[in-house]
Design a binder for this molecule. Structure first.
Ligand code: LMR
Length: 398
């Protein structure tokens, strides 16, 4: 008897699977615009200098590899919540707490199980489209998953349609919002749009879960936190998932946190007891290294300045690649059609290319985009903009 005979094969991950196909491609001019990692002019995903310096310090000063607690590194938690909510936010005194998680994805999974265990019957509403892993994480956790419109057929942000659907959600349901650098589209809400969403959240008594995976990649560290802080100030309860993968370049170190705001200090302890218990079943205690690096950087004025400068540099580079791509498309008469690439924020652009155009880009030009038409602009290089524009022009011509 074979125990595994009935185990069927499932399709590969739509994003990570692209990496394998890219690596197997022998074309020397291949271009990887799939998974969301930042690349420098040499095509490398650099370790920020601030991270290297912090790691050197840790190498000398670390005295133990014993477990860190269920909520993770306490200094990391304090400093990360200051980064998210603002250093002088009164919530930090007793109404907000972080639980360290393996990356932002771990934070999402922890949030999903928390909702499933502690808020039974609540559905979760995701933007259409959203990061594909949002769909599977919440479905796997047994939540009822629904969608609100976000980007319409013409590849434009459709706030009216979004508000119309949010206004009719079942009272008490959870709504997942992207704080900035919306994944996969790159279309962000304006401050006025956020205020409108907040009013609906209040009116329907929804619980917002804000996914904050790209702090510092949109308009700046503080600017990107604007909506999170608006919601934290206006609402008694809030969930925020924070990731250090992109802004600290710590991708493989799996460093993130679930931040919870509660109505009072007593309730915070109740919620945190549940989170520690759920996390114990998921990963027991979180990995230490990435969080120690982040804490070392944020606690040291010099390292912090160094990191901020490097993060600003990454953000500016991505913004200039966006504009550069629109310019590179101009000679083909496509600058207007793709002008949205210059307006979108963060790593990703929903290009508006169809699945068959994406397939042709891959098969004929070795350009790898996610099937939805999402391009990781942060994977581009100024030298390759003309090559990409030419390939896009050719698949758009037919
Ligand atoms: C992405 O969307 O490409 C990133 O968030 C990386 C990932 O884990 O999918």
């Amino acid at each position: 008897m074979s125990h595994f005979a009935q185990v069927a094969r499932v399709p590969g991950d739509p994003i990570l699977g692209l990496l394998e196909a890219y690596r197997a491609d022998r074309n020397p001019t291949k271009l990887d615009l799939g998974v969301g990692v930042y690349k420098d002019a040499l095509g490398l995903t650099p370790i920020p200098r601030a991270v290297k310096l912090a790691e050197q310090r840790l190498l000398d000063s670390e005295t133990s590899k014993s477990y860190i607690g269920g909520h993770g590194d306490a200094l990391f938690g304090t400093l990360l919540s200051q980064l998210v909510l603002g250093a002088d936010n009164p919530l930090l005194e007793s109404r907000a707490g972080t639980t360290q998680t393996p990356g932002g994805t771990g934070a999402l999974r922890l949030a999903a199980d928390f909702i499933g265990h502690c808020l039974p019957g609540r559905g979760i509403w995701l933007s259409d489209p959203t990061w594909p892993i949002h769909e599977s994480i919440f479905a796997e956790a047994g939540l009822r998953v629904g969608h609100y419109p976000y980007v319409g057929a013409a590849n434009r942000l459709d706030v009216e349609a979004m508000i119309a659907v949010l206004s009719h959600l079942p009272q008490g349901d959870v709504v997942l919002l992207h704080a900035c650098c919306h994944n996969p589209t790159g279309f962000d809400l304006s401050q006025d749009d956020w205020r409108r969403v907040l009013e609906v959240v209040k009116a329907r008594e929804l619980l917002p879960l804000i996914d904050f995976a790209y702090q510092g990649f949109g308009d700046g560290l503080e600017q990107d936190a604007w909506a999170v802080r608006l919601f934290a100030e206006a609402l008694p309860e809030l969930l925020v998932t924070s990731s250090c993968s992109k802004n600290f370049g710590l991708y493989r170190e799996r460093t993130g946190a679930l931040l919870v705001c509660t109505a009072d200090a007593e309730k915070l302890q109740d919620v945190r007891s549940q989170l520690a218990s759920i996390a114990r079943n998921l990963w027991s205690t979180p990995p230490a290294h990435g969080a120690a690096v982040v804490a070392t950087i944020l606690a040291d004025a010099q390292l912090r300045t160094q990191w901020r400068t490097e993060l600003d540099g990454m953000r500016r580079r991505v913004a200039s690649l966006r504009l550069g791509l629109v310019e590179a498309l101009r000679p083909y008469g496509l600058a207007e059609r793709f002008a949205h690439i210059g307006v979108q924020r963060g790593m990703f652009s929903y290009t508006g290319l169809s699945p068959s155009q994406v397939q042709r880009l891959r098969e004929e030009y070795s350009v790898y985009l996610v099937g939805s038409g999402r391009a990781n602009v942060a994977g581009l290089d100024a030298e390759r903009l003309d090559q990409l524009a030419g390939a896009i022009a050719r698949v758009c011509a037919d």
